[in-house]
Unconditional design. Structure first.
Length: 167
């Protein structure tokens, strides 16, 4: 009997509804779903951090250039405002599913993380100013250096310590 006879009918595979969606790596909390969520959190944290940086930079520059404050003294107020802005935005947009009911404790943990991050940030800021004292006229540049270095620490601390809902 020849292989391609007139009564040859190719086998077709029809999937019913039960088999039309096979479980994939983005379903049921798979590894890719976790990676996708982490990527989105990093992106949002970075975007909100950029907004916090803008708040910090505007307040810092205004206090130094217009208010006549020192480059270190101005950082206290600019930092406090930036932390409060980023806490609220990260709570709402980056870590909404991790946000705790007790906002005061969460804010306290967030401030603690950001405080340690600020020490890193301020250390880099001071080193840059010591190495290049001419940058005292443009404090946003050492601010950018410090912010960039501290951002990784701040993300990890926020994700795993600050935004941890009570069990």
């Amino acid at each position: 009997m020849p292989i391609l006879s007139s009564d040859f009918k190719p086998t077709t595979f029809a999937l019913d509804d039960r088999h039309s969606r096979l479980p994939g790596p983005l379903e049921n909390g798979g590894a890719m779903a976790m990676t996708d969520t982490l990527f989105r959190q990093v992106w949002r944290f970075g975007a909100i951090g950029a907004l916090g940086f803008a708040v910090d930079a505007l307040v810092l520059t205004g206090l130094v250039r217009v208010g006549g404050w020192g480059v270190y003294e101005s950082r206290w107020l600019s930092f406090a405002l930036a932390v409060t802005v980023t806490w609220g935005l990260n709570r709402r947009f980056t870590f909404a599913q991790r946000a705790a009911r007790n906002r005061s404790r969460e804010y306290g943990r967030y401030v603690a993380v950001q405080g340690l991050g600020a020490l890193i940030n301020l250390g880099v800021y001071a080193v840059v100013l010591m190495v290049w004292p001419v940058l005292e006229a443009w404090p946003v540049l050492p601010l950018a250096a410090g912010s960039g270095v501290a951002m990784v620490f701040n993300f990890v601390g926020a994700r795993y310590f600050a935004y941890v809902p009570a069990v």
